[in-house]
Design a protein around this ligand. Sequence first.
Ligand SMILES: Cc1cc2nc3c(=O)[nH]c(=O)nc-3n(C[C@H](O)[C@H](O)[C@H](O)COP(=O)(O)OP(=O)(O)OC[C@H]3O[C@@H](n4cnc5c(N)ncnc54)[C@H](O)[C@@H]3O)c2cc1C
Length: 504
Amino acid sequence: MKPSEPARASMNEPPPAMDPEILVLGAGPAGLACAMELSRKGKRSVVVEKDAAVGGLAKTLTIREGDCTFLTDIGPHRFFSKNQYLYDFIEDLLHEQWRQVPRLTRQFIDGKFYDYPVKALQVFKNIGPWKSLRILADYAVARLRYGLLRQRTSTFEDYVVANFGRTLAEFSMINYTEKIWGIPARTIHPDWAKQRIHGLNLWSVLANVVRNALAGGRRGAAAPKSLVDRFYYPQFGTGRIYEEIHEHLVATGTRIETGSEPVAVRHDGGRITEVDVRLADGRVETMRPGHLVESVPLTSFLDLLDPPPPPDVREAARGLKWRAQVYLFLTLDKERVTPDNWIYFPNQDIPFGRTSEMKNFSADMCPPGKTSFFVEFFAFETDPIWAMTKEQVLELVLPYFEKWGFFARQDVRQCYLWKRSHVYPVYDLEYKDRLAVIQRWLDQLANLIYIGRPGRFRYTNQDHSLEMGIVGSRMILEGRKYDLDAIGGENEYFEKGPIYEKRI
Ligand SMILES: Cc1cc2nc3c(=O)[nH]c(=O)nc-3n(C[C@H](O)[C@H](O)[C@H](O)COP(=O)(O)OP(=O)(O)OC[C@H]3O[C@@H](n4cnc5c(N)ncnc54)[C@H](O)[C@@H]3O)c2cc1C
């Protein structure tokens, strides 16, 4: 959201002097968790957020249609972490509003539904004995090539073929991944697979199926993270977590400037010295923070630096790409569409990637007797979908939902269209080298901490962004450096116990 145009009189006023001990850019999960932990330790920060509301990608919107109120995340957010500290952090904010939800996720492939986690019998029934045998045979070949003969996995495609065999990888993983990123799987860095499906392979999936059958449907606690079949979700949407933090921060004296953004970040002698912030009323205020915590898109942040970074850093930043999203939200005069939290659509001939129904996360997201339906498209800002109107997008998707019996045109009350840029940092094959050049240079700025999904160009979920914010606050409070890139690395330290405290 753009700040409103400045009024002339206020522009002539001299900007107030402001030297906050800590300035936080971005009020998404990472920035807010940092400010929250600082405030709990008696430190006040100033938080600057471009949008009108806090929560970043994890905010919840309120849609009012007469007497009916619908709530929606911008793409529903399940919470899952193996870090107990984070559960306690949120429970302290939400209390009884923090609830467990059963997970139902399905994939719709070649005209058939598949449960996730996988049900062996259902897969066998849907794909038949020959394809099932081919999946097993391809897996054996893959284990031979990548296990016994130690062939390197240097792309996402290699990684999933090595762990699932070619037939299964192509059946559901490669096409969905290409839909998300808009580039071929052979040009996607294997980091993405390591981050998202670490610990999963055909063997572990089958072992899980057997374990479930033996346990009468109860899934084992030791199952890899992506197979977990319950998750936490706030009663009134994931954004409640961040609204609660906002309220706490305001009540305890933290200054939060929404509708505001940094317009220049000056540095000198290896330190950030001044940040010019354009406030919602148009005035530009110069702040001289002791520490700068930044969680806004890394590439935008680099553009603000004065003097600019050296040419190799600018060149590396130019090569980093972001994937955007288009969202269609429908309110429906219908009790329920499907029982699913999400349905994934990997096939390339279907234009959208995922649908979800907020009611299946919490009944309080819709008025009684009604529901809502959320449709996600992955896009670059140059794609035709980015330029479409809500009416055009509705006409594009409606035939699919009518054909599948989800709902009919007359069930649709209203439709809403939102577009967001900087949603997914693109893990192409060059991203890691480029990021390393940028990080080497940024890390020389002693009082700068850059955190979060956009701030570190890391594909994080809420839990990892929250943890980065919390660890970022500790770096300030303890005057120590922690390895922020190790967060979400799925190593042993992340599994249990207190927050990661490895010293660099
Ligand atoms: C469709 C979708 C579904 C998701 N589902 C899940 C899920 O099920 N579970 C889960 O845990 N996570 C999920 N996530 C991920 C989760 O949303 C992110 O990990 C989390 O929001 C990242 O938090 P962050 O603070 O790092 O970044 P962000 O949420 O991006 O916050 C950055 C903040 O900086 C602000 N900003 C940007 N530029 C400026 C500027 N120039 N000046 C000031 N402020 C600025 C932004 O407005 C934003 O508020 C999902 C994400 C998407 C897009």
